[in-house]
Design a protein around this ligand. Structure first.
Ligand code: ADP
Ligand code: ZN
Ligand code: ZN
Length: 736
């Protein structure tokens, strides 16, 4: 009661600034009424917004507002007693909103688990799902033949001791019931962390370079420091992570490990949990809403010690952070491509500084940004120049394709080499970053080409499904047996995708089990895991795939790796194209010879004299990167400059240009900031919308940021803004 009269007897009013998800760049003031407790910053509240009730997050409590008190609307309800977003996380998010120039409400809601974006209490019941029983685990180890679908369920559950939801097990309920009746699986609550974990495995003794790296990182415990761990593929980077982590866990400090794509790293999760004998809290897009909320709680209370996830895991609350690791730090997947376009790597460094803890960026092919930071003395460079254990670096060799007879991209040299490796009992991995059967469908009679109706792009022929698909907008249509222009039936699929190569491989190597791993063949839930398991166990002898197959895997039986078409990366307009191609080639090559058998890498190209390829192969990635950095410096490109890209799109072709033109005029850029454009995007029309862009660049990050600070919030006020969708990308990963 006393509080109620507070307003009237001159006490300071209780006003809270609340961030509500909306395209606006500021918080909104509300007043607290009656006995309502004063929420701390980071607590969720329910507030009226327009004509709706929305969930918002308190940014702070204040005594007065720019608006008269009478105009302020009252908070409807305080939803949290303790902040859903603890101080440290709130600080990170506020900084991110400012740096990436993204509306504050939307930024905070990017971090919140979906359940908390609604008014759901922060302490919800966990979802239900299925888990192996101890008896079921024993069964898994026995090589008894059993029904295929039951076996598949057992296998999947064995890989997920934390349990899986009903959705994640794509079999009829009767299959699950049958297994339950045998006592092999049981329904359970899916509350991470898992109760069952494999026994701890002892670490191998470190080699000299690994030991130096571990010592350096451990010397930095308890203070901020950024380490770039550059280790050739198979050099034992993961082993370094493990040994740095161990003493931290013993002191109950939390360790956050970020990876580009979690579906590709089931081995990594297993390796972590086996080493420490503790559950790994895994965060990825496949979690159910309830699982995500559970995980969020466990990280926030400090119960989950080891947290492994994709970029969004960067935004998990931590109670007692001890270390952050960003694996494959060069990978473009660490940058979010829509909404809040953040770099999880860069924010990881920021967060580590805030926590005063070390952060380790690991890669065999570090980004030029990180190498630049090493040069500037900001990061400490740790190197693992050799492979761990008895494994040797694979031999790389160019195969000149000019004038050669090819069978679906396979040269005679490659076919022979494959035979040799396969008859020797080894596995072969072939890399082609193009899915489908053929990238072009052409009429031999009249020259008609199957284009996408919604994009400036060709449709890819998917032979098996008799479909044409656009890989840019996902639209699809059946293949017509006759040319729509002239009626001829002579339609040719030009070029090669994985599907065509797969067909040819099956003809040439019918005796060897083959697995094709790309987005088409792994669409079904669990399919990717199955395929990766078959690759790892050696069951699949020939592996063919896109970049999904190139990243991070440890396939001990693979001795021959081939890049089927290295030319692909040599013709792109993006300034990062060369860097990407080099990273991709080295990463794929790194899958060869990772165990005791020596590896060999063949790189097929029509450009065997290309200086970039030659340098990469002769001198390796560090030499390539040094040269590429020197080039960037000369050209004044990132990391020697900062960039921001304003993109706009609309159904109307002119609208994006009009908007960007007005935006450019509004910018009133100082001399230190250059504006390039507006120009049409290299592929102007996509999914039925025309796209254009305006590039802002400066050699001084601060100047660019200052301009963006005033400019971006005013963009929506432009008349032309109403006719487009626009977005700003700070530190863009691609400029098209
Ligand atoms: P990276 O992460 O650099 O690709 P990993 O940590 O996966 O390398 O190591 C590659 C392989 O070498 C793994 O099988 C790992 O168990 C093994 N390994 C790592 N460090 C050592 C070591 N010091 N002695 C023996 N084997 C090691
Ligand atoms: Zn025709
Ligand atoms: Zn399309």
């Amino acid at each position: 009661r006393r509080r109620d009269v507070g307003l009237m007897n001159g006490r300071a009013p209780r006003i809270v600034e609340v961030a509500v998800p909306s395209p606006l760049y500021r918080g909104f003031d509300y007043r607290l009424t009656g006995d309502m407790p004063t929420p701390a910053a980071g607590c969720r509240v329910k507030v009226p917004f327009g004509r709706q009730q929305r969930v918002g997050v308190v940014l702070g409590v204040k005594a007065d507002s720019d608006l008269p008190l009478a105009k302020l609307r009252p908070v409807g309800e305080v939803l949290d007693q303790a902040p859903a977003l603890p101080d440290e996380l709130l600080g990170l998010l506020c900084w991110s909103a400012k740096y990436y120039h993204h509306p504050i409400g939307e930024t905070l809601f990017t971090a919140l688990p979906a359940a908390l974006r609604r008014a759901r209490p922060a302490t919800a019941e966990p979802d239900r799902g299925w888990r192996l029983t101890p008896l079921g685990r024993e069964q898994c180890a026995l090589p008894t033949p059993r029904a295929r679908r039951q076996a598949a369920v057992l296998e999947r559950l064995a890989r997920h001791p934390e349990g899986l939801t009903r959705d994640a097990l794509p079999v009829p309920l009767s299959v699950l019931r049958a297994l339950q009746n045998k006592g092999w699986i049981a329904p359970c609550k899916l509350d991470q962390p898992a109760t069952q974990i494999t026994a701890a495995a002892p670490p191998p003794p470190l080699n000299e370079h690994q030991q130096q790296a571990v010592t350096a990182i451990q010397a930095g415990t308890g203070q901020f420091g950024c380490f770039l761990l550059e280790g050739v593929t198979g050099s034992g980077k993961t082993e370094v992570y493990l040994q740095v982590i161990e003493p931290l866990l013993a002191r109950r400090r939390q360790v956050l490990v970020l990876v580009p794509e979690i579906g590709l790293t089931p081995q990594l999760v297993e390796r972590f949990s086996r080493r420490f004998g503790i559950p790994v809290c895994t965060l990825h897009s496949g979690l159910s809403e309830g699982q995500r909320l559970q995980a969020w709680r466990h990280t926030g209370t400090g119960e989950a010690l080891l947290i492994l996830g994709t970029r969004s895991a960067l935004f998990t609350p931590l109670k007692r952070a001890g270390l952050i690791i960003v694996d494959e730090e060069h990978d473009a997947f660490l940058k979010q491509q829509d909404g809040l376009r953040y770099s999880a790597r860069d924010l990881a460094v920021w967060r580590a500084r805030q926590w005063r803890i070390p952060v380790v960026l690991g890669s065999a092919t570090p980004s030029l940004e990180s190498l630049y930071n090493v040069q500037q003395g900001r990061y400490l460079h740790l190197r693992l120049p050799q492979r761990a254990g008895s494994a040797r670096q694979p031999e790389m060799q160019l195969v000149d394709l000019r004038g050669q007879t090819l069978r679906a991209l396979l040269s005679e040299t490659l076919i022979q080499r494959m035979r040799r490796h396969l008859t020797g009992g080894n596995q072969v991995l072939l890399f082609l970053n193009r899915r489908g059967y053929a990238p072009v469908l052409l009429c031999h009679a009249c020259g008609w080409v199957a284009n996408c109706q919604r994009c400036d792009a060709r449709m890819t022929l998917h032979q098996q499904r008799r479909e044409l698909r656009c890989h840019h907008c996902n639209s699809q249509r059946p293949v017509d047996p006759y040319c729509p222009a002239c009626g001829s039936s002579e339609l040719l699929g030009l070029g090669e995708g994985t599907e065509r190569v797969e067909q040819t491989l099956r003809e040439l190597f019918s005796d060897y089990p083959l697995r094709c791993i790309d987005r088409d063949t792994t669409r079904r839930k669990g399919a990717l895991e199955d395929a990766l398991a078959a690759a790892q166990s050696g069951e699949a002898r020939i592996l063919l795939g896109t970049q999904m197959l190139a990243k991070g895997h440890h396939f001990p039986g693979v001795t021959l790796v081939a890049v089927l078409d290295a030319d692909q990366g040599l013709f792109s307009s993006d300034f990062r194209a060369a860097e990407r191609m080099a990273q991709q080639i080295i990463q794929v090559a790194g899958r060869a010879g990772r165990a005791d058998r020596p590896g060999e890498v063949l790189i097929q190209t029509h450009q065997p004299e290309h200086p970039l390829l030659l340098q990469l192969i002769a001198e390796g990635y560090p030499a390539f990167a040094a040269a590429a950095l020197a080039e960037r410096r000369q050209a004044g490109l990132p990391p020697y400059a900062s960039m921001a890209l304003l993109r706009a799109e609309a159904v109307n072709a002119q609208a994006p240009h009009d908007f960007l033109q007005q935006a450019a005029e509004l910018a009133a850029a100082p001399a230190e900031v250059q504006l390039w454009g507006p120009v049409s995007a290299p592929m102007e029309r996509r999914a039925g919308r025309y796209r254009a862009q305006l590039l802002l660049q400066s050699s001084r990050r601060g100047d660019l940021q200052q301009l963006l600070d005033v400019w971006v919030p005013r963009l929506d006020g432009l008349k032309s803004a109403r006719r487009v969708r626009w977005s700003l990308d700070v530190d863009p990963m691609d400029t098209y």
